[in-house]
Design a protein around this ligand. Sequence first.
Ligand SMILES: [Zn+2]
Ligand SMILES: [Zn+2]
Length: 246
Amino acid sequence: MRLTVVGCSGSGPGPASPASCYLVEHDGFRLLVDLGNGSFGALQGLVDPDTVDAVFLSHLHADHCLDVAPFVVWHRYSGRATRGRVPLLAPVGAERRLALAYDADGEGLTDVFDFVPVGAGHLDLGPFAVELARTAHPMECYAIRLTGGGRSLVYTGDTGASAAVVDLARGADILLAEAAHPDVPGLPPDLHLTGREAGEHAAAAGVGRLLLTHVPPWVDSAAQLASAQAVFPAAELVAPGARYDV
Ligand SMILES: [Zn+2]
Ligand SMILES: [Zn+2]
């Protein structure tokens, strides 16, 4: 299984990266995990959009889903889309939310996507065994565990401290965890992880490596990394274009 970071800027695009988007490949299958602002541009520099086999959206906050719009434009008008509708797995409500993001009429995107509403639990997707867990976030959001070829990758989506996310990540080879909140007092609960909390989740789950992502442009990423490494030394910051063999 291979992970490529398309975009990793937290809460919106930044000067150095698009918002959240990850390409996960295994056995010739290409899965896009989130499609945040700006990511469709970077994606075209990595792979032909026609080769995307499925899309999973952790949740419907703008920084995780808004580049569905240029994906639709590409499919409708480039003349290069050859493979029919793309499965789009997302929380309930995605079809209407994304249609309204595309245009004011909300006419629907079912010519491009086969919408598959998801909830917590197991499903099969191409060569992947998929497990989803509800995270601690103000809107319905799912962390995802992808297993293939005996290896596993877990992505937290957006979450505050969560026992469900620790359970989902138990023993995973890589935990790709958001670390959006700086370590300061008075943070709202059930929204985002600090660097230290991301490290604590990795340690509690006994994962092999921790990849930190979703650091907003206004937060000091080196400080986020240092906080995580204080409790989980095998931590690193991701960057756009970085590839990892899981
Ligand atoms: Zn986010
Ligand atoms: Zn969010």
